[in-house]
Design a protein around this ligand. Structure first.
Ligand SMILES: [Fe+2]
Length: 327
């Protein structure tokens, strides 16, 4: 069993190798009809696995193993995995024993299923015990809150950034305590993280494309797919579904046109929103409908992104053929 520090060092070493690989891209033929074959750099391929929700039930561990195997069987396997939060089914309102069981399962499947480097971000279900009543916690436990997930995922802090394949990756922490409900959460960075994001983007060369990863979407239509409220004919998208600080984050993005992509999960739905020069992709869920089949249009799947050095990209959502256990 490696320590978080060892895992961080291993990730750093693996990403250093990837960065070195990207220095000498291979050319491929231009597919435009009639165009002369022109050199186009080989993209840096990344897989985004969000909302795994591993649990002992519903063959979830087998499902994650199948997803990891599918990813690595692609003709061109990715060089980096990004997880999008909600690694475990739930620890927000679960006791210590249940939380331990889920994280152990998560670690086991990843250790056996993939040796690819991984960039993580955390989701609301990865936060232990914020619902103190249901989790039977006091808040004084050493692993309470985000500490347990950070330890498991080898993260020194709940938000971070790194470079790989000629791109800059920013992994945000979307999960803030709801000031109106200490047992709940909101999508928000908070002042400190927003300041860090501003300085991180300022420190990134303008020619380096940026991919931002968050659990809760910064901008999405998936929160407004139901009917409007009857009394007011108003579509509601709650602050638990989309970042409450979407506007200041988008202002930062506007100040840094090299921010090209913002990936999220959380809603277990699929969308693509183009706004202000940024493409916002809500990339479904590895578990689909929490391991009970498809969730509306979202089958159990993951996204593959081909990232080009000029900031352009190609993205597709790939169902990995999982058949959910009978209910
Ligand atoms: Fe989720």
């Amino acid at each position: 069993m490696t320590t978080p520090i060892e895992r961080r060092e291993a990730l750093k070493a693996a990403l250093a190798g990837i960065a070195a690989l990207s220095i000498a891209p291979r050319a491929r033929a231009d597919q435009r009809p009639g165009a002369a074959a022109a050199a186009r750099p080989k993209p840096f391929r990344v897989a985004h696995l969000t909302d795994i929700h591993i649990q002992p039930e519903l063959r979830a561990a087998d499902g994650l193993a199948a997803a990891l195997a599918h990813i690595q069987s692609l003709d061109e396997p990715p060089q980096l995995l990004l997880t999008g939060g909600d690694h475990v089914m739930d620890s927000f309102g679960q006791d210590e024993a249940r939380t331990k069981l889920q994280w152990e399962l998560h670690a086991k499947v990843f250790q056996n299923g993939s040796s690819l480097p991984v960039g993580h971000c955390i989701g609301n279900h990865d936060v232990w015990g914020w619902n103190k009543g249901k989790s039977k916690t006091t808040g004084a436990e050493a692993k309470w809150g985000k500490a347990w997930a950070l330890d498991q995922l080898g993260m020194g802090r709940s938000y971070h950034s790194f470079d790989a394949g000629g791109w800059h990756f920013v992994c945000l922490d979307s999960i803030a305590i709801d000031p109106k409900d200490p047992n709940g959460y909101l999508g928000a960075l908070g002042e400190e993280q927003l300041d860090w994001l501003a300085s991180d983007l300022r420190a990134t060369p303008a020619a380096t494309p940026v991919l931002v990863l968050s659990h809760i979407p910064i901008l999405t239509v998936t929160g407004m797919l139901g009917a409007p409220e009857k009394d007011t004919n108003t579509y509601r998208c709650s602050g638990g579904i989309m970042h409450t600080d979407s506007a200041p984050i988008r202002k930062l993005f506007a100040d840094h046109p090299n921010v090209k992509l913002a990936l999220s999960g959380h809603t277990h739905r699929l969308d693509r929103v183009e706004f202000g020069g940024v493409t916002y992709l809500c990339n479904g869920a590895v578990c689909g409908n929490w391991w009970k089949g498809a969730h509306y249009e979202c089958r159990e799947g993951y996204a593959v992104l081909d990232l080009f050095p000029d900031g352009s990209f190609e993205s597709r959502y790939i169902p990995y053929g999982w058949n959910a256990a009978p209910r």
